[in-house]
Ligand binder design. Sequence first.
Ligand code: PLP
Length: 389
Amino acid sequence: MNPQVPFLDLKAHHAPRRAEFLSAIGEVIDSGAFAGGPFVAKFEQDFAAFCDTPFAIGVGNGTDAIWLALLALGVGPGDEVITVPNTFMATAEAISYCGAIPVFVDIDPRTYTMNPAQIEAAISNRTRAIVPVHLFGQMADMDPILEIADRHGIPVVEDACQAHGAEYKGRKAGSMGAAGCFSFYPGKNLGAFGEGGAVVTSNEDLKQKIQALRDHGQSRKYHHSMIGWNARMDGIQGAVLRLKLEHLAENNDRRRAHARAYTQALSSVNGLITPHEAAYGRHVYHLYVIRVAERDRVLADLSDRGVQCGIHYPIPVHLQEAYQSLGYQRGSMPVAERCAEESLSLPMFPELTEEQIDLVVREVRNCVGRTGASARRTAGTAAAACTSR
Ligand SMILES: *Cc1c(COP(=O)(O)O)cnc(C)c1O
């Protein structure tokens, strides 16, 4: 059976502008500028302007963006980079691909982003960068993070892969650290027709290094001043992304409106925690993530009733098999671990209809309501534990 409310609906997202996309792709075909080139350069200009930064560098994907930003900042073998465990694996992978070691700190129990109070204890004389993740569309608490980083002379690289257009005290995601890294994976708030990513920065030296790194370390054709990689953005992605960027702000507004509707309808449900919007910023709801007890049962029940949900993420990175050698134990990041057990992502995309939202709300109320009194108490306890600071 097709789900009545899909988790994500890219067809609905692209259908209204299909002809425009085809014509933009046609231009790329006619010009032959497939790898990097003028379509990417034009998108870079527009995206830099959108992020309030002087420079944007288009790359192959979001993982490349984080990796190359860290490499350009000089992160290398034996160095340590501080980040959070409740993120997509790519944040830590990018650190590992520099030869560096990810050092995890736990998250704030309300915003699910890096807890600034945990950073200082994780800093060592090998710490070379701090990578906060603007998770689900909400920025981390950047002022205290930047204050600590500045005091120790450590650069901050923002993982803004879920936060295109999010704001912190009026400042755009990606514009506050030494570099901001974005993914244009199709399901992100700004998504390509395939893979894409970008680094934004105000630092010209960093921009030049990343431009060279993404193109085999050459600043001039066949003159390689460093060992780089092939991490260019495709011309077709540049052309499509430039078109889609025109509607990003409006689509973020629609996501926010849907989130408001969800929160209004669900915040009174016993044993359910709705997302917290920190007063410092503007959440752009890449994902709308609630927390419930018996999450896996609720997920399955909702699926049976035609509501497709997701889990972001079921296993925190410090407990992934791939990172066993780092030696983290269960219990070392209690807030992130609890969130991994309780988080449930409801359908969220700009084209959600009022009827779809009503259906999701009704079924969530049914499924969470079916929880026995004891389970509800468990959720209540979880809520208390996770909202107290
Ligand atoms: C999507 C994502 C990435 C990686 O981006 P890709 O384009 O898939 O390589 C990194 N960090 C976070 C938080 C993400 O959501």
